[in-house]
Design a protein around this ligand. Structure first.
Ligand code: COA
Length: 165
């Protein structure tokens, strides 16, 4: 397993992994990946702007991703927004923790004062991982998700890095 900064050659694999996880309908804010073209522009923009976006590679295939992206809003430039996911067969063996730790370490270059994320309240493995790496629960948007005939809530979590800035 390799964890690498994303390269434009990873776009197809990243798009496919994102689509698979989104279609599980249990974890992400979308139920399918955006079109491949816009995903390519998104990744190229991240590379051009030195954003922290990493992929996990197994047998030359993208099996997961993690990104911490700067906000362009002038009021929110001190914030990085986190997203991540792994293909189902690669979960629960330490890869998520490794991927997230490396992405947080790389994001130090942006000196974020706050790294934030949204996670479904039902997603216990993700919540435990985030807590383990220092994220705190800031609040909950109760029943803000309704999917497959069920309500879910969204936790807002954040990490406040002490990087001496
Ligand atoms: C969330 C996700 C990235 C975590 O990655 P992972 O590789 O499965 O997690 P790891 O094996 O690195 O485990 C790290 C910690 O997460 C927690 N964890 C992982 N799997 C868990 C499970 N099945 N049940 C409970 N906690 C779990 C534990 O705290 C674990 O630490 P520990 O092993 O010391 O107890 C991964 O499961 C995933 O991609 N899930 C689907 C997509 C998703 O939820 N994305 C995030 C949306 S906000």
């Amino acid at each position: 397993m390799n964890i690498l900064p994303i390269h434009i050659s990873h776009v197809d694999g990243f798009h496919s992994a994102l689509d698979i996880v989104a279609r599980e309908r249990r974890y992400l804010a979308a139920v399918k990946a955006p079109p491949l073209d816009s995903t390519r522009r998104f990744v190229q923009g991240n590379i051009d702007n030195d954003q922290s976006q990493f992929v996990a590679i197994h047998d030359s295939e993208v099996v997961g991703w993690c990104d911490i992206l700067s906000c362009s809003d002038p009021l929110r430039r001190h914030i990085g927004v986190l997203g991540m996911g792994l293909l189902p067969e690669f979960r629960g063996r330490g890869l998520g923790e490794q991927l997230l730790s490396e992405t947080i370490a790389d994001a130090q270059k942006h000196r974020f004062h706050r790294i934030e994320l949204h996670v479904r309240a039902s997603n216990e493995p993700a919540i435990r991982l985030y807590r383990k790496l220092g994220f705190v629960l800031e609040g909950t948007l109760k029943n803000d998700v309704f999917i497959d005939n069920q309500f879910d809530s969204t936790h807002c979590m954040a990490l406040f890095p002490d990087w001496g800035n």
